[in-house]
Design a protein around this ligand. Structure first.
Ligand SMILES: [Zn+2]
Length: 237
């Protein structure tokens, strides 16, 4: 069988390298992970291709390569230096979420940092929005957190290599997972098979009448009084 083609990229690019905290530069650290990840994917039998440069260029390259999945490596940062942990971002394609869950699981199992979960980015990131195959963004740890940044500076353990291993194992799990992902013909373009989005729930109709004005309680129907109670509570909040 033809090997699965995975396109990987480091977030940002040398001229605008992303977050810089604790003497670490996001793009540089991501490049290290990508180097290890390429080798690990190839060892596992994938075809691994790296795209680099400006985001639009990377996305155009991905379209040309039409891979089976893409992963972009970033590192997180926050103004709160206590923010910490691992998260993986996905978009509206259901396959994105499954890929994110597998990668997140392996990252959490292996890095043992706080599990911040997988996050629906509501298509905010072009990497996820524009790439037409399962695509995620990985945020293994916070550069802005001194303890987590220190991990990347360890000499005894090559943390970028450990991160890469976790991502590779997550990608493997994704393709082993049930649902026909091993059968190419079923997933030529999963985005075309997206079910229509469910309609947004109707906002509750506004009730402007306060309980006191409505008169005796017994005249108020049960569900009505429930609604009023809820609204009353909202007003207190
Ligand atoms: Zn970033």
């Amino acid at each position: 069988m033809k090997p699965k083609r995975i396109v990987i990229a480091a977030g940002h690019y040398p001229d605008r390298p992303g977050a810089c905290y604790n003497d670490l530069v996001e793009h540089d650290e991501a490049v290290k992970v990508v180097g290890h990840l390429k080798r690990q994917l190839e060892t596992a039998g994938f075809e691994a291709l790296v795209v680099s440069g400006h985001l639009n260029k990377k996305i155009a390259e991905v379209a040309r390569l039409s891979p089976d999945a893409t992963v972009e490596i970033h590192f997180n940062a926050a103004t709160d230096p206590h923010a910490h942990g691992t998260e993986t971002l996905y978009g509206s394609n259901p396959e994105d979420k499954i890929l994110a869950q597998h990668i997140q699981q392996k990252l959490v199992d292996i890095l043992r940092l706080r599990d911040r979960g997988v996050k629906d980015t509501a298509e905010r990131f072009a990497w996820i929005r524009e790439n037409k195959c399962p695509s995620v963004i990985v945020e293994p740890l916070f550069l802005s957190n001194a303890d987590e940044a220190a991990m990347l500076k360890l000499i005894s353990v090559e943390i970028p290599e450990i991160i890469a291993l976790a991502v590779e194992l997550g990608i493997e799990d994704f393709f082993k997972d049930e649902g026909g992902r091993m059968k190419d013909e079923n997933l030529q373009n999963p985005r075309l098979k997206l079910p229509p989005k469910p309609p947004k729930p109707e906002p509750p109709s506004e009730i402007t009448v306060k309980e006191g004005i409505l008169g005796p309680k017994e005249q108020i129907k049960h569900n009505h009084s429930q609604q009023i109670k809820q609204i009353g509570r909202k007003e207190i909040e």
